[in-house]
Ligand binder design. Structure first.
Ligand SMILES: Nc1ncnc2c1ncn2[C@@H]1O[C@H](COP(=O)(O)OP(=O)(O)O)[C@@H](O)[C@H]1O
Ligand SMILES: [Mg+2]
Length: 283
């Protein structure tokens, strides 16, 4: 695995992003006007928040955009003081020729305590003339109101199966992976709308065998295939305690699951289960 496929296949322009239509439409308008306010991107992992921040900056500033953006991870920067110092240094130099502002991308802003967020708000104000902030977080409710009200807030959603399939199939074909249709479906199912997880699952499976099958996907993602989970439900209903327990132990061993993984997977499967009959070869 020389380069991570998630990085290699990160969309370079907001127009190449999958799904997130409401977000993408608004960001395209910013690219056209070549300016934007402070932004806040909220949503679960692997849905395109970092991608959108980088792609928007590239769309607005062109290829040299890297010199105009400072990327920081709020959960790495121990003290807000180090954020302030970095922002100060960065803000001191002039923006790229032909532009009027620089961009500060602060990932995982919800890792900051409310006090630190208060200090961040003051930094945002202090540098508002020369810098735009893009904050990303999983939950917007963990960001203090004073910051939210200064940002245009964008909500990112888990991608639907169709979009995950599109992306996974694109990546597979550009990487020369022979991806079975059912394997693509399985990747979409295990990734739960998280494209980072989907692309990583593809890369891990393909690193073992360029011919990626459904079985390989389930083996390499520590996920029990649906028919195994259904079999367990049936055993609980019809076979009694001891046989059901044996089956559970078998599943844990074979797919390398922790007990909590199995509980989560059973819970998800139960939600989507339409009948108690045996189903074969579903994704
Ligand atoms: N909406 C999307 N469209 C296309 N690719 C995406 C999208 N969201 C995520 N990805 C892929 O998944 C990877 C991780 O996405 P990223 O933007 O870093 O997620 P996060 O929301 O956690 O910041 C990207 O490198 C890209 O390959
Ligand atoms: Mg991110």
């Amino acid at each position: 695995m020389s380069e991570l496929w998630v990085e290699r296949h990160r969309p370079r322009s907001v127009s190449e992003m999958k799904g997130q239509k409401a977000v993408v439409d608004r960001l395209k308008a910013y690219s056209e006007s070549r300016t934007f306010p402070h932004l806040m991107f909220a949503g679960p992992p692997g849905t395109g928040k970092t991608t959108a921040a980088l792609a928007l900056t590239r769309d607005v500033f062109g290829e040299g955009f890297r010199s105009n953006i400072l990327e920081m991870n709020a959960s790495d920067e121990r003290k807000l003081e180090s954020i302030r110092t970095k922002v100060k240094q960065f803000a001191r130099t002039a923006p790229m020729p032909g532009t009027t502002f620089k961009v500060i991308f602060l990932d995982e802003a919800d890792a900051l305590t409310p006090d630190a967020q208060g200090a961040l708000r003051r930094i945002m104000e202090q540098f508002a003339e020369t810098c735009r902030f893009i904050l990303s977080c999983n939950y917007s409710s963990k960001i203090v109101e004073a910051i939210q009200s200064r940002c245009a807030v964008f909500r990112f959603r888990p991608l639907n199966t169709e979009k995950v399939l599109e992306k996974v199939i694109e990546v597979a074909s550009s990487e020369g992976v022979d991806l079975e249709q059912e394997a693509a479906q399985a990747i979409a199912k295990v990734s739960l709308g998280d494209l980072r997880k989907a692309i990583t699952s593809l890369q891990v499976a393909a690193s073992l065998d360029l011919h990626v099958t459904r079985e390989l996907v389930y083996e390499t993602t520590a996920t029990a295939p649906p028919e195994e989970l259904h079999g367990f439900f049936l055993a609980c209903k019809e076979d009694g305690f001891q046989p059901a327990r044996r089956r559970m132990r078998g599943i844990l061993d074979r797919f390398g699951l922790a007990g909590t993984d199995l509980v989560n997977q059973l819970h998800r499967e139960l939600g989507g289960l339409r009948s108690w009959t045996r189903r074969r070869n579903s994704p």
